[in-house]
Design a protein around this ligand. Structure first.
Ligand code: HEM
Ligand SMILES: *[C@@H]1O[C@H](CO)[C@@H](O)[C@H](O)[C@H]1NC(C)=O
Ligand SMILES: *[C@@H]1O[C@H](CO)[C@@H](O)[C@H](O)[C@H]1NC(C)=O
Ligand SMILES: *[C@@H]1O[C@H](CO)[C@@H](O)[C@H](O)[C@H]1NC(C)=O
Length: 319
C-alpha cells in the first residue's frame, strides 16, 4: 500500500475511533505490544534498590502519592526547577528535604527507554509501577497497575504546598481527601502506607511533648531521638517495630496510641474513623484488599491521556 493510502486509512480509523477514546481509560495492557518488558525492568530495579536501601520502597510510595495529589498523576513532581517555566514541586515545603528516589527513577527510565526507544513509556506510568512494586517488595498486597498516562508540561508548586499536613486534625484530613474525590475510609486505608518509612523530628516533636493522645512509654522512647529542641532533621521510623515491613501494624499502633505523627493518631482519637482503624488493625486481608483498590483509585486521579502532555525523554525536564 502507498503511504498516501496508509494515511487515508489512518485518518479514517481515527475518525471512527476518536469519539470512543475521548474519555480514555487507563488499561493494564497499555504497553503489551509496545513495551512488553517494562514491568520486568521496573520490578528488578525496584527490588535491587530496596535491597541496597530499605527506605527506598517507602520513598517511592510517597513519591507516587505526592505526584497524584498535585494536579493528578502526571509526573509533575519529577520536574527540576527551571524558572520561569518550571517552579519545581520539589521545593514545596512538604517535599523539600524529604522527598527522594529521583536518581532511581532516572535510572529506571533510562533502562526502559533503552529497551523500548521512542520514548514509549511515560515517567508517570513508571511512578505508578514503582509504587506497586515497592509495596509488594515490602510484603504488602499486589494489584494490577493501570497504565497509559502521559507526562505534564507544567509543575504546580502552589498545590504541592497544600499537601496534607502532619499537624492536621481529622476534619481537615477528611476534607483534603474528599477534595480529591476520596472517602474518609479511603483516606484511612491509604494512611496505612505509614507502616513503612520515616519522618523528621520537627514534624512530630509537638505530638511527643505536648500531645494529649500518645502512649507514655512510646513518647519517652521517641523523645530520646527527638529532643525538645534542635535535631529537627533527625529521622524516626513511622513504625518502630517493623519499619521496613508493609502491614496492618500501623493500625495496631494507632489503637495503642502509638501513632508517630499527630495526623496519624487523629485517625483513632474518638472520632468517626475509629471503627475503620479498629477493623484494619484486626483484619489484614481486608486492609490489603482495600489498600490495593484505593491505590488504583489514587492512580486514576486526573491522568493525562491521548494527545495531552507528552512522553518525557528525561523525567526531570520537558522535551
Ligand atoms: C493522610 C495524610 C498524610 C499526611 C499528613 C502525611 C504526612 C507525612 C509526613 C509528615 C511524612 C514525613 C515527611 C518528612 O519527614 O519530611 C510522611 C512520610 C511518608 N508518607 Fe505520608 N502523609 C499522608 C498520607 C500518605 C499517603 C496517602 C501515602 C501513600 C499512599 C503516604 C506515604 C508516606 C510514606 C511511605 C512516607 C515515608 C517516606 C520515606 O521514608 O521516604 N503518606 N508522610
Ligand atoms: C487541606 O486543608 C487545609 C485546611 O483547610 C488547606 O489549607 C489545604 O489547602 C488542604 N490541602 C489539600 C490538598 O486539599
Ligand atoms: C508545647 O506547647 C507549649 C504551649 O503551646 C509551647 O510553648 C512549647 O514550645 C511546646 N513544646 C514543644 C516541644 O513543642
Ligand atoms: C541526630 O542525628 C545525628 C546524625 O545522624 C546523630 O549524630 C545524633 O546523635 C542524632 N541525635 C539524636 C538525639 O538521636
Amino acid at each position: 500500500m502507498t503511504t498516501y493510502n496508509n494515511l487515508v486509512l489512518l485518518g479514517f480509523s481515527l475518525i471512527l475511533v476518536l469519539p470512543f477514546l475521548s474519555n480514555a481509560q487507563l488499561s493494564d495492557s497499555f504497553y503489551t505490544k509496545t513495551c512488553p518488558s517494562v514491568l520486568d525492568i521496573v520490578k528488578s530495579n525496584v527490588r535491587s534498590a530496596i535491597n541496597r536501601d530499605k527506605r527506598m520502597g517507602a520513598s517511592l510510595l510517597r513519591l507516587f502519592f505526592h505526584d497524584c495529589f498535585v494536579s493528578g498523576c502526571d509526573a509533575g513532581v519529577l520536574l527540576d526547577d527551571n524558572l520561569p517555566t518550571i517552579d519545581s514541586e520539589k521545593n514545596a515545603r512538604p517535599n523539600r528535604n524529604s522527598i527522594r528516589g529521583f536518581e532511581l527513577i532516572d535510572k529506571i527510565k533510562d533502562a526502559v527507554d533503552k529497551a523500548c526507544p521512542g520514548p514509549i513509556v511515560s515517567c508517570s506510568d513508571i511512578l505508578a509501577i514503582t509504587a506497586r512494586d515497592s509495596v509488594v517488595e515490602l510484603g504488602g498486597p499486589s494489584w494490577s497497575v493501570l497504565l497509559g498516562r502521559r507526562d505534564a508540561r507544567t509543575a504546580n508548586r502552589n498545590d504541592a504546598e497544600n499537601l496534607p499536613s502532619p499537624f492536621a486534625d481529622l476534619p481537615e484530613l477528611i476534607k483534603n481527601f474528599s477534595d480529591k474525590g476520596f472517602t474518609a475510609k479511603e483516606m484511612v486505608v491509604l494512611s496505612g502506607a505509614h507502616s513503612v518509612g520515616v519522618a523528621r523530628c520537627v514534624l512530630f516533636r509537638d505530638h511527643l511533648y505536648n500531645g494529649t493522645n500518645i502512649e507514655n512509654l512510646v513518647a519517652t522512647a521517641r523523645k530520646s531521638k527527638c529532643p525538645s529542641n534542635g535535631q529537627d532533621d533527625n529521622l524516626s521510623s513511622m513504625d518502630h517495630q517493623s519499619p521496613n515491613r508493609f502491614g496492618n501494624n500501623y493500625f495496631q499502633a494507632l489503637v495503642n496510641r502509638r501513632g508517630l505523627l499527630h495526623s496519624d493518631q487523629e485517625l483513632f482519637n474518638g472520632g468517626s474513623t475509629d471503627d475503620m482503624v479498629r477493623v484494619y488493625s484486626k483484619d489484614s486481608d481486608k486492609f490489603y484488599t482495600d489498600f490495593a483498590n484505593a491505590m488504583i483509585k489514587l492512580g486514576n486521579v486526573k491522568p493525562l491521556t491521548l494527545a495531552q502532555g507528552e512522553i518525557r525523554k528525561n523525567c526531570r525536564k520537558l522535551n
